[in-house]
Design a protein around this ligand. Sequence first.
Ligand code: COA
Length: 159
Amino acid sequence: MTKKAVYPGTFDPLTNGHINIIQRSAELFDEVLVAVAKSSGKAPLFNLEQRVEMANESLANYANVSVILFDGLLVDLAKQNNANIVVRGIRSIADFEYEAQMAGMNRKMLPQLETVFLTTHSDWADLSSTLVRDIARHGGNVSNFVPANIAIKISEKLG
Ligand code: COA
């Protein structure tokens, strides 16, 4: 059976922590779909198209990784794309509680969709997109936390 994984998130912006999860997923699974969620509720800094474009640029070298956007239920996206696995990164116990709940609800809606948790590499355990945006807004250097193309886009956006 082909192992097609979907890695969903808001990716506002994609960080090195996300890249690490994607890199490892690309080795574990035949295909990885990075699914950029509209997440209107989070009022993202970058709009959906910008987040997809930035992710595409950063992930161009991964042959079995593609980027798609979505604005609906994750289980519907998985069905439409014949994905049988959801990947999520876990940084802490706090992440686990929220993630386990989402995995459980997704299983109730689509039992054949398996959720796989990858523990975040210790280098990126404290990282979040919110903190990256906050550091950048206050004039800090985020180039150690995001891919180079994204650091440029952030500085263009925030001046
Ligand atoms: N390294 C660094 N940061 C990481 C990380 C890692 N390995 N893994 C997660 N994060 C951070 C993200 O940067 C993000 O930070 P932020 O909150 O500061 O922006 C945070 O952890 C988690 O956000 P994200 O991964 O974008 O997930 P989310 O919680 O915003 O979105 C969806 C989760 C989009 C997957 C979920 O809402 C969803 O499936 N939505 C579709 C609708 C649906 O099906 N709902 C029913 C679900 S049961």
